[in-house]
Design a protein around this ligand. Structure first.
Ligand code: FAD
Length: 365
C-alpha cells in the first residue's frame, strides 16, 4: 500500500512512522510552514490535572500520555533516544486555596485509574520551592511524579527519521489535492501527479485550506500561541518539574538552563506570524507572577505556533466519507504533543484496515 502523509508535525510524523513500521510504502511531504505548531509546542505531557472535562477528549488525552512509554521503547528499537523526554514530574499549584483543593480532588479521581501518574502528594510551599527554585513563596502544590516534558521538535524529527529507516521517503514540498472520479489525487509543488493508494491529511492549522478544493468545509482554524524561552545562566534546570498554575499559562524547563513560559491563546488570529507587544507582555507577566525568580532571566526567543483548533477540544481523525483514499488527522488543539503520537497510531490502524485499539467513532471527521 502506497500512502502519502501530508504534514510532518506530531500527527503526520506519528501516523507515517506507524504506517512505515507496519510495512506500508510511505511518503511524508511537509511544507514546514512558519508557525508549524509542533515547532513551537511547549512539550508538557501531564494529562491528569486539566480542567477540561469532556470525557471523550480526556480519554484520548490520558491514553496519549500513557502511550509515551510505549513510543519511547519503540523509538529506542529504531535507534532514536534523544528527544528531551523526561518524567520530571509536575507541580500543580494555585494561589486560590479553593481552586487548589478542587484540582487535588480532580487529580485524585483521575490518577486512581492511571498508575503511571505515580503517588501524588501535597507539598508544603518550602518543598515546592525546593523543586522549582524560582517559584513564588507561600504556594502549596500537588506533585505528580509521572508528569513529563518532551522536545516536540526533536520527537517529530525522530519519528520521521525512524519512518525513513523503515523505508519511508521524506520531502519538503507543498502539495495540493483534487478529485478524480470520486478519488483523491495529490499533486506536488511542480504540479506533478503523485501516485498513492491512500492520502493522509495531517496538515495542522492548514488542513482546511488543502481540503477546500475537494468541496470539504473542514472546521479547524489556527489558534495562535506565542511562547517565550528564557535562560537562567548557570542554573541547572534539567530536573525541574513542569509547573501548572491552573491558569492558561505554564512553565517547563530543559537541560540547557532553559525555562519555557507559555503561552498566548489567540483565537481568530489567522496566520499572523508576528511576535506582538501584547503577547510578550501577557506571557512574561504571567511567568513572573508565578515565578518571580525569573526577573533576571535572559530572553532567548519567542516562538509562534498555530494550534489546529477544532470546534471542540476533541481531535478529528479517520476516513473522510464519500471520497476514496482520503483520511485526515487533525484538530489536536492545545494538547497535540500529548495526543498526537497515540492518535497517529490509531489513524495508521484505520488507514491500514486494522481495528484500532480503542473506539474511535467519537473522533470521526
Ligand atoms: P503541525 O505541527 O502544525 O504540522 C502540520 C504540518 O503540515 C506543517 O508542517 C505544515 O507545513 C504542513 N502542511 C500543511 N499544509 C501542507 C501542504 N499543503 N503541503 C505540505 N505540507 C503541508 N500540546 C501538548 O500536548 N503539550 C504542550 O505543552 C503544548 N504546548 C503548546 C504550546 C504552543 C505555543 C502551541 C502553539 C501548541 C502547543 N501544544 C501542546 C499543541 C501541539 O503543539 C499541537 O497540537 C501539535 O503540534 C499539532 O500537530 P499537527 O501535526 O497537527 O500540526
Amino acid at each position: 500500500m502506497r500512502v502519502i502523509v501530508i504534514g510532518g508535525g506530531m500527527f503526520g510524523a506519528s501516523a507515517a512512522y506507524q504506517l512505515a513500521r507496519s510495512g506500508a510504502e510511505v511518503s511524508i511531504i511537509d511544507h514546514v510552514h512558519p508557525g508549524k505548531a509542533t515547532m513551537a509546542g511547549a512539550g508538557i505531557v501531564c494529562p491528569w490535572a486539566t480542567k477540561i472535562d469532556d470525557p471523550e477528549w480526556y480519554e484520548m488525552y490520558a491514553a496519549g500520555g500513557r502511550f509515551y512509554d510505549q513510543l519511547v521503547a519503540m523509538l529506542a528499537e529504531d535507534g532514536e533516544t534523544e528527544f528531551g523526554y523526561r518524567k520530571v514530574g509536575a507541580l500543580v499549584t494555585s494561589s486560590d486555596a479553593a481552586e487548589l483543593r478542587s484540582a487535588g480532588e480532580r487529580i485524585a479521581r483521575r490518577v486512581g485509574t492511571a498508575p503511571e501518574a505515580g503517588d501524588v502528594r501535597l507539598l508544603t510551599p518550602k518543598e515546592a520551592q525546593g523543586m522549582f527554585p524560582v517559584l513564588r513563596e507561600g504556594l502549596e502544590a500537588y506533585f505528580i511524579p509521572g508528569g513529563a516534558r518532551v522536545d516536540a521538535r526533536l520527537l517529530s524529527a525522530a519519528m520521521v527519521r525512524a519512518a525513513v529507516k523503515h523505508g519511508a521517503q521524506y520531502r519538503n514540498d507543498y502539495v495540493t489535492l483534487e478529485l478524480a472520479n470520486g478519488r483523491v489525487r495529490c499533486r506536488d509543488g511542480r504540479g506533478q501527479h503523485l501516485e498513492a493508494d491512500e492520502v493522509v491529511v495531517a496538515a495542522g492549522a492548514w488542513a482546511s485550506q488543502i481540503l477546500e478544493p475537494l468541496g470539504i468545509t473542514h472546521p479547524v482554524k489556527p489558534q495562535k500561541g506565542q511562547i517565550i524561552h528564557l535562560r537562567l545562566a548557570g542554573v541547572a534546570t534539567a530536573q525541574w518539574p513542569v509547573l501548572l498554575p491552573m491558569t492558561s499559562h505554564y512553565m517547563l524547563t530543559f537541560d540547557d538552563s532553559r525555562v519555557v513560559v507559555g503561552a498566548t491563546r489567540e483565537d481568530d488570529s489567522g496566520f499572523d506570524y508576528r511576535v506582538t507587544a501584547a503577547g510578550q507582555a501577557e506571557v512574561l507577566a504571567a511567568g513572573m507572577e508565578i515565578a518571580p525568580g525569573l526577573v533576571n532571566a535572559e530572553i532567548i526567543e519567542t516562538r509562534i505556533g498555530f494550534r489546529p483548533a477544532g470546534p471542540t477540544t476533541k481531535p478529528i481523525f479517520g476516513r473522510i466519507p464519500g471520497i476514496e483514499g482520503l483520511s485526515v488527522g487533525n484538530g489536536l488543539g492545545a494538547g497535540g504533543i500529548s495526543i498526537g503520537p497515540f492518535a497517529g497510531k490509531l489513524l495508521a490502524d484505520i488507514v491500514s484496515g486494522r481495528t484500532p485499539e480503542m473506539p474511535v467513532a467519537a473522533y470521526a471527521p
